[in-house]
Design a protein around this ligand. Structure first.
Ligand code: NAD
Length: 461
């Protein structure tokens, strides 16, 4: 077997792993990255964030052409969906970005290994591939990510699949049943609804978007229903089976639901099989995650882990932050992630975005807070854009006025939450946000007005 030596070997080239490898190389380390897929970028670039955003954008344009452009005095005739072209565009974007990571590796002199990486004892990693390699490394960083979690009683087969299949259906399903009303279910459910499918979302909880502020999630649910998505809340799926070309989904206590396609989106599970964790004495926790301590160190000397495989928020940008903090700490002794200020976004239309704590969390923690809200219908730019659903909610500490949470349902919420995130990172008060000059007319004024509302001095309401 070929032999090689590196200072750092990263297993997994997702947004945690590839970023960590690049940052390590920037810091002067001899870094390598092992990836089993020919394309770099992990779930995020290949079958997650990026392709879903491409389809969300395309499907929204189709819907706009069908329904919204008339309101602007633009009449379209002969509108037709070319799904094959839409899917090709998505693939081109994915190809460009994954190829871009290859380029970044070359530019930063990160050595890339194609194959399945596994630990093979202290300081040793083996790449199982066409050209097996045994690598000796001072540091190993496990960044193997996650995959769609299975659901008991449901086999992924034929019409029943995960987000990966739902990104590439070759025709619009007649009836798509989505299991789970998290970000994946709502985003991909929205795509196929816009393209003409009947979409039913079955959700175990009595609400959508676990993790989002309950009031904001309820407002979003009303709008999504208006868009034609059907919801069955308090619906626990107990199984699904293939029937004819489609499938039937069993829901506790109610009639089974027939579907042409079923998308299972009930969370994600860590990827650790075949990783050789036992060769260095690492044991996963009850849910299969790799436990880590300070600086992302595992129980094995020289082995660190970051991203979805260690649990917490399963988000590309959280993995990215952890990857950078981990290798900066290895190289410099310092590295830190502020878990209080990690934004979350569901790219529905309008988007749902939040950072910090929800009203429910603050109430549970017994923290006194003041709240300011502002609706997009009172924002001039939102009126001009024609997207006036939703609101901004700011929660500030009752005693100090420090911003504790910002929750946005509205146009470009995912971009607007960046200002809130930066403000919170700098420990801003709601007064700081309110006194910051916001350009007019912009959607960001809604954030400023919500901050003014915390102190009961909103101008445009
Ligand atoms: P999720 O955990 O966000 O939501 C899954 C939903 O499925 C939950 O509401 C849960 O109550 C429900 N559920 C579980 N078992 C069920 C059952 N038997 N019957 C009916 N409902 C059931 O998971 P997801 O949407 O699959 O996303 C997975 C991960 O990926 C999440 O951590 C998410 O944050 C992340 N992600 C993020 C984005 C984004 O940032 N835009 C997009 C996609 C995924």
């Amino acid at each position: 077997m070929k032999k090689a030596k590196h200072e750092l070997v990263v297993i997994g080239a997702g947004p945690g792993g590839y970023v960590a490898a690049i940052r390590a190389a920037q810091l002067g380390m001899d870094a390598a990255c092992i990836e089993v897929e020919p394309a770099l970028g992990g779930t995020c670039l290949r079958v997650g964030c990026i392709p879903s955003k491409a389809l969300l954008e395309s499907s929204e344009k189709y819907l706009d052409a069908d329904r919204e452009l008339k309101k602007h005095g633009v009449n379209v005739s002969g509108l037709a969906l070319d799904l094959a072209a839409m899917l090709k565009r998505k693939e081109r974007i994915v190809k460009g970005l994954t190829g871009g990571v290859d380029g970044l590796f070359k530019k930063n002199k990160v050595t890339r290994y194609l194959g399945h990486g596994r630990l093979a004892g202290p300081g040793k990693v083996v790449v199982d591939g066409d050209e097996p390699v045994e690598i000796t490394a001072k540091h190993v960083l496990v960044a193997t990510g996650s995959r769609c979690a299975p659901l008991k009683g449901v086999e992924f087969k034929g019409a029943i699949g995960t987000s990966t299949e739902a990104l590439s259906y070759q025709e619009v399903p007649g009836h798509l049943v989505v299991i789970g009303a998290g970000a994946i279910g709502l985003e991909l459910g929205s795509v196929w609804r816009r393209l003409g499918a009947k979409v039913t979302v079955l959700e175990y909880l009595d609400r959508i978007l676990p993790g989002a502020d309950a009031g904001i999630a309820a407002a979003a649910l009303r709008v999504f229903k208006r868009q034609g998505l059907k919801f069955q809340l308090d619906a626990r799926v107990t199984g699904a089976r293939l029937e004819g070309d489609g499938a039937v989904v069993d829901v506790e206590g109610v009639d089974p639901v027939a579907a042409d396609r079923v998308l299972v989106a009930v969370g994600r599970a860590p990827v650790t099989e075949g990783l050789g964790l036992d060769t260095v004495g690492i044991e996963t926790d009850k849910r299969g995650f790799i436990p880590v301590g300070e600086g992302f160190a595992t129980s094995a000397g020289g082995v660190h882990a970051i991203g979805d495989v260690i649990g917490g928020a399963m988000l590309a940008h959280k993995a990215h932050e952890e990857g950078i903090a981990c290798v900066e700490r290895l190289a410099t002794g310092y590295g830190h992630v502020n878990y209080d200020v990690i934004p979350s976004i569901a790219y529905t239309s309008p988007e749902v975005a939040w950072v910090g704590r929800t009203e429910e969390q603050l109430t549970e923690e017994g923290v006194a807070y003041r709240k300011g809200t502002f609706p997009f219908k009172a924002n001039g730019r939102a009126q001009a854009l024609g997207t006036t659903d939703g609101e901004v909610k700011i929660l500030a500490d009752g005693a100090t006025d420090r911003v504790l949470g910002v929750h946005i349902f509205g146009p470009r919420a995912g971009d607007l939450v960046a200002e809130a995130t930066a403000a919170m990172e700098f420990g801003a008060s709601s007064e700081d946000v309110a006194r910051t000059c916001h350009a007019h007319p912009t959607l960001s004024e809604a954030l400023m007005e919500a901050a003014l509302a915390v102190d009961d001095r909103v101008i445009h309401m």
